[in-house]
Ligand binder design. Structure first.
Ligand code: SF4
Length: 237
């Protein structure tokens, strides 16, 4: 059942293909031709992207990302995210694994929004083409308005508290600290000493936790405020 739940999309696509093969083989063939084109494109691009995500993960220190893209990065963070997304190359789906790695290393949600949006609509090579076909005035006005709305969107999403649901494989406890991510700021231990203790510069979760609803609500806030998103709170089924 869990396997079906996790893979519902490919299963659904497979079923649609089966139906098309049975009832409209011409459409099934056309769909397969399109899929083949995108699959070949992905096979060429994704290995490079995965190498890049591994490089970000291994070579760039968490503190560096937290400082430039984390919750206290302010306007510098937005500008950095804007430059990162604008100077990128490749289709937008290539941006998602990179965005996830940056998020897991401490980038805040607003900056992830800026990176993805800039990657999708204001990439530098695309701007050069836009000037060629539509003229510089059009490109400058569109670029300016797009940047303003991207920043507004990032602010609104941050204020609304929208979260990225990263996979927390292997975490079984109701609450856990991913020690690789923890930078030892001790904010969690100060806010909820009944749950977190600091040990050798890292936060640890106390054993045998029994939390009431108020504590669970406060815990969700503390996890949200952790500058590196190191606190994983398992949703109760
Ligand atoms: S708030 Fe996050 S980074 Fe700071 S000590 Fe707690 S778990 Fe570590």
């Amino acid at each position: 059942m869990t396997m079906i739940k996790k893979n519902w999309l490919p299963i659904l696509v497979g079923m649609i293909y089966l139906l098309l093969i049975v009832f409209r083989s011409d459409l099934a063939l056309a769909a397969w031709e399109n899929s083949r084109y995108y699959l070949l494109e992905m096979v060429q691009i994704l290995p490079v992207i995965f190498l890049l995500t591994v490089a970000i993960d291994v070579l760039i220190p968490r503190e560096w990302i937290v400082k430039r893209l984390g919750s206290d990065s302010g306007m510098i963070g937005y500008l950095f995210a804007l430059a990162f997304g604008s100077l990128s190359a490749g289709p937008i789906y290539a941006a998602f694994p990179i965005a996830k790695t940056l998020y897991q290393k401490g980038a805040k949600v607003g900056n992830i929004v800026v990176i993805l949006s800039a990657w999708a609509v204001i990439k530098v090579p695309m701007l050069a083409n836009e000037v060629k076909f539509l003229g510089p005035e059009f490109m400058v006005v569109r670029w300016f308005l797009t940047v303003v709305f991207i920043l507004l969107m990032a602010l609104v999403i941050e204020k609304a508290g929208v979260k990225i649901v990263a996979e927390e494989e292997g975490i079984q406890a109701p609450v856990a600290v991913k020690s690789d991510y923890c930078i030892g700021c001790s904010a969690c231990a100060r806010k909820m000493p009944e749950i977190f203790v600091m040990q050798e510069g890292k936060a640890l979760v106390q054993q045998d936790l029994s939390l009431d609803q108020e504590q669970k609500n406060q815990l969700a806030l503390v996890a949200q405020k952790c500058p590196t998103q190191a606190i994983a709170v398992r949703q109760q089924e």
